[in-house]
Write a protein that binds this ligand. Sequence first.
Ligand code: UDP
Length: 258
Amino acid sequence: MNNRRRRIYEGKAKVLYEGPEPGTLIQHFKDDATAFNAQKHERFEGKGVLNNRISEYIFSRLNEIGVPTHFIRRLNMREQLIREVEIIPLEVVVRNVVAGSLGTRLGLEEGMQLPRSIIEFYYKADKLNDPMVTEEHITAFGWAAPQEIDEMMALALRINDFLSGLFLGIGIRLVDFKVEFGRIYDPDGQVRIVLADEISPDCCRLWDIETKDRLDKDRFRRDMGGLLEAYSEVARRLGILVDNPAPKPSGPVLVQSK
Ligand code: UDP
């Protein structure tokens, strides 16, 4: 069925197909997980289904509070209809607690609460390993205009506040997350910045408040096992797995590893 549709783009965990109307695309969630710039790669049967549902839930709630997103509606277990946007080539990371590359770079202890939320920008370029960049680089190279940077930062902080509360309510600490933004060109010539891509345990760090259990992709990065169980637990706590039983994990399928 997928063969009839024109494939616009294939990434590590998602495929974008041409949508049913101009200005729309279909975002398909795959089961692949990659880390360390795709040097590590495994397939987890059912991950795509979980991320589709979790991202749908989060984008819908964000739409409801007035955060503009590319999300239109979910189409099926693995796909959603989205607005076509011009992706801004930046990964916007928001951090509340020290983890991952921040701890390594600055020699800080993992788990330390930050004095305030920190926003970082990374230039989306796999060949360069997504280097961290400053607003100076972003404006000098024309990746985004100063007012677009302000807009992305304001949206990122609103998303952080909303998600921190949402997850706190279900016993989860939002440690950090990554978002991407895109531009929509309105017919009247206005350019709007909207949240694009996905928000799922693939791009967040989610720690159980009681047990400190990792409920995110660190389970894969650190070979901890139980990735599908963790993602299912997030979906279950969000109340979005009532009709569909959690996919039965058949164990990760090794595709390639280094
Ligand atoms: N992240 C992501 N995609 C990337 C890099 C990071 O989704 O290409 C997310 C990651 O899951 C975490 C946050 O951004 O929630 C911060 O990641 P960090 O800079 O600590 O990098 P990592 O330790 O994952 O290499």
